[in-house]
Design a protein around this ligand. Sequence first.
Ligand SMILES: Cc1cc2nc3c(=O)[nH]c(=O)nc-3n(C[C@H](O)[C@H](O)[C@H](O)COP(=O)(O)OP(=O)(O)OC[C@H]3O[C@@H](n4cnc5c(N)ncnc54)[C@H](O)[C@@H]3O)c2cc1C
Length: 483
Amino acid sequence: MAMTLAVFKGQMEEAIVNGRCIQTIKSVIYQAVLDISSIKEHSLIFQDAARCSRDMGVFATTSKGTAILLLAVDMEKRGETVVMIIGAGPSGLAVSACLSNKNIPHIILEKEDCIASLWRKRAYARLHLHLAKEFCALPLRPHSPATDTYMSKDDFIRYLHDYVIEFNIVPRHGRFVKSALFIQDLDKWHIEAMITDSNKMEAYASEFLVVASGENSKGVIPSIPGLENYRGVKLHSSDYKNGSEYEGKDVLVVGGGNSGMEISLDLANYRANCSIVVHSPLHVLTREMIRTGMYLLKCLRPLVVDFLMVSVAKHNYRNLEQYGIFRPRIGPFMYKQATGKTPTIEVGTVDKIKMGQIKVLPAISTIKEHSVVFQNGAEHKYDAIIFATGYESTACEWLKNHEWILKEDGMPKKPPPFHWKGENRIYCAGLSRMGLAGISKDASEIANDITAVRAEKHIRVGKALLVMAFVLQVMGNNLLLLP
Ligand SMILES: Cc1cc2nc3c(=O)[nH]c(=O)nc-3n(C[C@H](O)[C@H](O)[C@H](O)COP(=O)(O)OP(=O)(O)OC[C@H]3O[C@@H](n4cnc5c(N)ncnc54)[C@H](O)[C@@H]3O)c2cc1C
């Protein structure tokens, strides 16, 4: 029996399979005539098995009598794909764009209902990109000349929105990945995700897995003696929006990184009585200094660039030690390399500290019901404590074979530039503590590597087929020679 088959993709229309009404898809993307040896409820068995893989899916007969092969739909329902990307933040989107550019099929699973959830849901209102826009573009789409050098959060979200449209990226939202496991027998990654609307589970399979769930997946609040007894408001910086509700209140910000410094400034602007705990040394630089430093690093050694940065910082800010801010012994770029800690970018906080509008305090020793005791023995009352104490990766919570690429803390085992690739076709993007510039590099490397691995596999299969064809040819000839 010969039958005309059409692979449909896009809009759905009704069709009948063995008397049952199912949905099929309109616009034809592929047509073929195949010989069918038997028909099962959800599939057809072909005489020429080589032309129909077991993934080919459901066939249906429309009212017009045409057989329809639901290849694309059925593959998606079962979640079979070449590359599975976990997370639709800038990293996941960047990898997706690079893969699309090379026509490599992939799926993105995202637990939230939007792209870039960190920027949309877990960032304070006044946030601007810390780095100049030329260091914050994703692959294949530079920022327009009209864009501000230091983009606002909203401008960056708009850029990501346009990026998604340009590269036709359609993540599967509300899919919380609970497990990803490499199954040796199948030579595939098996991924299970919970649909957040219904709590039902879905299973997917892929040849490649990309961890793009972020180095900032979860806000970290350190365990401080007595914290559990504190009666005031306590929150992580990822839950802070603006200082409007803290006017006239005593607020303590814990952490002297970029978030802590900027939130303190915001609180002071909203007339809160703000103090900040700076418990470790930090570099304070302007964003223009960092921009210049990043350009200089292209042609000068980090030691030289650091020397220049520290000299200018000393000139600009004089001695900040009298205010409780100590500079690390090594320069800002080498300090970042060694510890992952970014220099603190001065956006006006240091001026407020110098004017006495923001008080700097040492590390906390204990927290009481309404007050905090510091290591210098001082005790102050606070209405709220905001912990700008960083984030952590949660990839090891769901990635079963994490030891092939990540350490126990969910960060890469290998240092840059080798961090993005692990064993058994696993990759990670955005976990190198190198911001958006690092993400962009990871995404390109990953897409190139996947392309190379696939090409190599195709060559291997081709060679095996050639050998088989040769053996069959020889055997056939020998058979003919038999009496
Ligand atoms: C306040 C702040 C300011 C920053 N400013 C800059 C800057 O100016 N310049 C710069 O270069 N970098 C900056 N960064 C660094 C920032 O982390 C990156 O720029 C970027 O957001 C990281 O992108 P990502 O996709 O790797 O991670 P994320 O943006 O965190 O995205 C990860 C996505 O994965 C999803 N996900 C996590 N776990 C799962 C799961 N199990 N299942 C399904 N989905 C999951 C999350 O919901 C999220 O949407 C800043 C970071 C913060 C926190």
